[in-house]
Design a protein around this ligand. Structure first.
Ligand code: HEM
Length: 434
């Protein structure tokens, strides 16, 4: 672990500020309501050192962008490292599980990162992603069909828990009957990498991540023997043509991490969309009346309730962020969700406004060379998910007095359940009525 260094040079009496002392991303109030704290942090101490997690926490939009831009002083290598150091017993279990964590775009630095990204990124181009719309709409419709006549549903469990997984399976060349298995792997992986498990929890998580790894190795092996028209087969072909650029461990890690990146984020983003829109009924009603408002509403949801609320970098040299000296080797937590609520950039930033014309400037997909490769896919999925829901269940309401729970981790944020109810006899589509 890096030696803690006080964030504020004049904090002599107590090494850590009040802001730092209050920061605990794993429990309430931050876990349920991070934005009040983040607003105070931006005003009082926009960059602070958190002894709780041994990270410099960066909360202002401009500072976050500067860190993303400065690829010389800030490395992405930390992106997938477990937030908390592994226990000795867990390291042993990682070895036993045969899991070999390695580079995979998101945790690579230049120049190799861009060489690889350019080599394999073609299938993520926006116009190729658009071609997937009919298949995505079919998946979305199938899920809605299952509960539209029921009169109550959990929009996470019943609707968006599996849809983004099925989409990414199609994209990666993996059979879709294993969606729920991979969803479980992914939820456990979030806690393993971005949570704060106890020793026994970590040991258990390592075993499960080990099973997920074996699953990925199996599918890469299958696709090597029988490549198809999918992203993973593209990477396998690139590896055959260019073995210097990609080895087998790279392929396995790509499978594991792209499967993860492709759905956990989008399930959470959709959950945030439902909660936010149904709590802001006027906005919901406007989308039901005019679906052409949905694409901008998606941007505003990503800004207002970021599903990746924080991302990480490591300082490669002593440097300053927002006037605070950050030593070489320090860990840096960029709170994207806080940048998205920065009044210096977004007018009336704490208000949810689906008509906001600069919502797209949000940092929820990162910024710079590593900016999310799946952004077009995520936007398309969220649009179709909302188009179908607003069209078929415009009269749905949140079940009153429900408590929204969030997974205790620093980075991935979305409600675990969103319960709704409606009268199926009033469904607007006659074929949807009981
Ligand atoms: C709402 C959904 C999503 C959000 C909020 C999101 C957010 C992010 C963020 C914050 C980063 C890190 C950027 C950085 O380091 O600067 C990232 C990278 C990445 N995301 Fe996403 N993501 C989403 C959906 C997806 C999907 C559907 C995929 C499809 C596989 C995907 C694939 C990737 C990849 C491959 C990278 C690494 C790119 C690179 O390092 O060059 N993401 N994403």
């Amino acid at each position: 672990m890096t030696t803690p260094v006080p964030a504020s040079p004049d904090a002599s009496a107590c090494p850590y500020s009040k802001v730092a002392a209050e920061f605990n991303p794993f429990i309430d109030p931050y876990l349920g309501q991070p934005y009040e704290f983040l607003s105070r942090a931006r005003a009082e101490e926009p960059v602070f050192y958190s002894p709780e997690i041994d990270y410099y926490v960066v909360t202002k939009f401009d500072d976050i962008r500067k860190v993303f831009r400065n690829t010389r002083s800030f490395s992405a290598e930390i992106a997938l490292e477990p937030l908390m150091p592994l226990w000795e017993s867990s390291i042993q279990k990682v070895i036993e599980a045969g899991y070999i964590p390695g580079p995979v775009l998101v945790n690579e630095d230049e120049p190799i990162h861009m060489q690889r990204r350019k080599r394999i990124g073609g299938r993520f181009d926006a116009h190729r992603i658009e071609e997937l719309e009919p298949r995505i709409r079919k998946i979305v419709t199938d899920y809605l069909d299952r509960f539209v006549r029921r009169g109550h549903a959990d929009l996470v469990d019943d609707y968006v828990w599996e849809i983004p997984a099925l989409v990414i399976f199609m994209f990666m060349g993996v059979p879709d009957e294993e969606a729920s298995l991979v969803k479980q792997f992914a939820a456990r992986r979030t806690l393993f990498t971005w949570g704060r498990p106890t020793e026994s929890e970590q040991n258990q998580l390592v075993e499960e991540v080990g099973t997920y790894w074996k699953y990925c190795v199996q599918h890469v092996t299958r696709l090597k023997q029988n490549p198809g028209d999918d992203f993973m087969s593209d990477v396998i072909r690139a590896a055959e043509e260019d073995p210097e650029l990609f080895d087998d461990v790279y392929l396995y890690n790509t499978m594991l991490n792209f499967l993860f990146a492709g759905h956990e984020t989008t399930t959470n983003a959709s959950g945030n969309a439902f909660r936010t829109l149904l709590e802001n009924r006027e906005a919901w009603d406007q989308l039901c009346a005019d679906p052409s408002l949905i694409p901008n509403a998606v941007e505003e949801i990503l800004r207002y309730q970021s599903s990746v609320i924080a991302w990480r970098r490591r300082a490669t040299e002593e440097t300053t962020i927002g006037g605070v000296t950050v030593p070489e080797g320090a860990n840096v937590l960029l709170v994207l969700g806080s940048g998205n609520h920065d009044e210096a950039v977004f007018e009336n930033a704490d208000a949810f406004d689906i008509h906001r014309d600069d919502a797209y400037k949000h940092l929820s997909f990162g910024f710079g060379t590593h900016m999310c490769m799946g952004a077009s896919l995520a936007r398309l999925e969220m649009r179709v998910i909302l188009e179908e829901l607003t069209r078929r269940l415009p009269h749905a309401r949140l079940v009153p007095n429900q408590r929204f729970a969030y997974s205790p981790n620093t980075s991935f944020r979305g409600p675990e359940h969103v319960l709704i109810e409606w009268d199926p006899a009033e469904n607007p589509m006659p074929e949807d009525r009981p």
